[in-house]
Design a protein around this ligand. Structure first.
Ligand code: NOJ
Length: 658
């Protein structure tokens, strides 16, 4: 017979905070030894991010459990020792006084593109059971929540962002039983599940749309319908205005049966729902409720700024000053004054916030791509009128497009734009990649991969990691013949490479077997990157150092109080250097230094530092590109002569007491 007990370590250096524990065998153990009856408490879980080790032992046996505190592979004899003690009453009290924050402020959110994560059926495209089979991997990665790109019933014109049944699972991914199993297994492992919610449009194959075409009530006005402005000499109907679709081309499609146009901000197969219709609003609330009642932990709300257009549609949008006259149907050819960010959008978001608030701790994150930061910030709402928990921070995608644009100074101003504009009391977030953008290693350079993950996971705020970024996957070149993404397809064989989103959507690279361990099929829905033989999860688990190992260390490190709630400062910013420090009190500070250039450089952190730094620091983490003897983790390095290779990131711990 065996029982399970939970062990919790309480760190005590400059205050109390919980520490991750790892159970290791006696032989490996270099750490402290406790006898179970006295020093190890069975502790109730506190907060959602507490790391608790589970261990089974025979009832009645006496034994010694060896516990190694394994923060980034440090043993207890390392330079920054962590002192452990039993959870006496004083400790428990200090811990319980810590301000309770919502789970999503402590956790890393990991975006899964289900079609590309793991195939369980041998069909060449990913599914829910495939995700279930990888939950241990995700747990070990140290992320706290998965966000699933759409898995609902869909004709897949836009790979799931065209939904024909918002309350069911597409057979490509499995069925509702699979979903419930995924949700249950995630929750058992302490992982949250975020759904993609796509309210702006449905598929044209949704029964609402088909009934709307037939003018069957109450569906007649579920979509945005318009009479033609008139007819050309040839008898073709003329759309009511010049509005274009995000995917290029007119945003209006003519329907013979109804003798009217319908509006679509995206594909013609994605008709826009009419949110001025109260039935539509109710339908959408019911959909949210359906998933909330199932127990999901929140939503990523798609394309929210497109929810409303002006009521009087017989108006043109102004031509953009930088419009390329050769491409009048490109989305960028117009200033979108009438079709995005309309005031009514915020009323609807408020209704959804109120609905989510009837449940506990539900996360609402909204997708807003907008050049105007004030517009983006409006989606946070404010203290009195809370809306989204956060709009995604796309500045590192939108503002910094390539390596040339990424310097120490530009990174700082990009971080500042978010931090300086965020409403009082709101929480930041960091996005470096997603299914709509190129892989970060391809946009900025593979030498920067670890540094960018350091930035994303150690700045204050919620990091959102796109699957594969933890192993440094890069864009895959896809031929025109293999191109699947409708956005790429709409630009044709000459321009598709610039617009296709396929390169960042290729299958996850699990190992070096055929098809990268993604599927047992011989073909995959998108080609696998040829680098999979060396760039894959298994190889990175086995390697002495790898992107994956750095990433795991980062998820662990960010549990430190300095990163959870510590102050943020920027000691040195130059063209080549972006650095930031996180400190929680007067004795503990971490310093992150990034060489944004492609060259090896020597950094003097004392020159131009805007506050006093100690002479030396201890290396906690360094990019895998650095193989110098001097920066081996745990080494003490001089802050006046920090040698850094191109694109390197370093995390140092500083003793600022002395
Ligand atoms: C935003 C999604 O991220 C994108 O992939 C999709 O094509 C559009 N919304 C339309 O739903």
């Amino acid at each position: 017979m065996s029982i399970i007990f939970m062990v919790i370590a309480i760190g005590n250096m400059c205050g109390m905070y919980d520490k991750p524990l790892q159970i290791v065998s006696d032989r490996e153990s270099k750490g402290l030894t406790f006898s179970h009856s006295k020093n190890l408490d069975v502790v109730d879980s506190y907060g959602t991010s507490r790391h608790i080790a589970k261990y089974a032992f025979p009832l009645g046996s006496t034994f010694t459990l060896s516990v190694r505190f394994d923060l980034l592979g440090m043993s207890s004899s390392d330079k920054r020792p962590r002192l452990f003690q039993s959870s006496d009453s004083a400790t428990s009290e200090s811990v319980s006084k810590r301000k309770r924050v919502p789970w999503w402020q402590n956790e890393v959110i990991y975006q899964i593109y289900p079609r590309s994560f793991k195939d369980s059926k041998g069909l060449g495209s990913g599914d829910l059971k495939g995700i279930i089979s990888k939950l241990d991997y995700l747990k070990e990665l140290g992320i706290g929540a998965i966000w699933l790109s759409p898995i609902y019933t869909s004709p897949m014109a836009d790979f799931g962002y065209d939904i024909s049944n918002f309350m069911d699972i597409d057979p490509v991914f499995g069925n509702m039983t699979d979903f419930e199993e995924l949700l249950g297994s995630c929750h058992e492992k302490g992982l949250k599940v975020i759904m993609d919610f796509v309210p702006n449009h449905s598929s044209n194959e949704h029964e609402w749309f088909m009934k709307s075409v037939q003018m069957e009530d109450p569906y007649t006005d579920y979509y945005i319908w318009s009479d033609p402005l008139g007819f050309t000499e040839k008898g073709d109907p003329i759309p009511p205005n010049n509005w274009v679709s995000v995917f290029r081309g007119s945003a209006w499609t003519w329907v013979e049966e109804r003798q009217q146009f319908y509006f679509h901000q995206f594909l013609a197969k994605q008709p826009d729902l009419n949110f001025r219709n109260s039935h539509v609003r109710e339908e959408m609330k019911n959909i949210l409720k359906f998933w909330l009642d199932k127990g999901v932990d929140g939503f990523r709300i798609d394309a929210l700024k497109h929810l409303f257009e002006v009521e009087d549609i017989y108006q043109d949008e102004p031509i953009a000053s930088d419009s390329n006259l050769n491409y009048p149907f490109d989305y960028g050819s117009l200033c979108h004054t009438l079709t995005v960010n309309q005031p009514e959008t915020f009323d609807v978001l408020k209704e959804w916030r109120e609905l989510a608030s009837q449940y506990t701790d539900k996360l609402l994150m909204v997708e807003i791509y907008d050049g105007e930061i004030e517009q983006v910030m409006n989606y946070y709402g404010n203290e009195r009128n809370p809306l989204a928990d956060f709009p995604f921070n796309f500045l590192m995608i939108d503002k910094l497009k390539n390596r040339t644009e990424l310097t120490g100074k530009s990174l700082k101003s990009t971080v500042d734009i978010w931090m300086d504009n965020m409403p009082e009391g709101k929480w930041p977030n960091w996005v470096l990649g997603n299914h709509d953008s190129g892989r970060m290693g391809s946009r900025f350079g593979e030498d920067l991969i670890d540094a960018l993950n350091m930035l994303c996971l150690l700045l204050p705020g919620t990091p959102i990691t796109y699957y594969g970024e933890e192993i440094g996957m890069i864009n895959t070149w896809i031929s025109w013949k293999d191109t699947q993404d409708p956005q790429g397809c709409r630009y044709g064989p000459k321009l598709y490479e610039k617009y296709s989103r396929d390169p960042a959507r290729t299958p996850m690279q699990w190992d070096s077997t055929s098809c990268a361990g993604f599927t047992t099929h011989t073909e995959t829905w998108l080609p696998i990157n040829e680098n999979y033989k060396t760039l894959n999860v298994k190889a990175q688990i086995e390697a002495a150092s790898s992107h994956l190992k750095i990433y795991r260390s980062l998820t662990l490190l960010r549990k430190e109080e300095a990163f959870r709630s510590g102050k943020l400062s920027y000691p040195v910013i130059t063209n080549d250097v972006f650095s930031f420090a996180r400190s929680v009190n007067d004795c503990e500070m971490y310093l992150v230094v990034i060489n944004t250039s492609e060259n090896n450089i020597m950094v003097n952190m004392h020159k131009n530092a805007n506050f006093r730094l100690p002479d030396t620091g201890v290396v906690i983490l360094r990019s895998i590109t650095d193989s110098s003897e001097n920066t081996v983790p745990h080494s003490e390095v001089s802050l006046s002569n920090l040698e850094m290779v191109g694109g390197e990131g370093l995390v140092l711990s500083l003793d600022i007491q002395s």
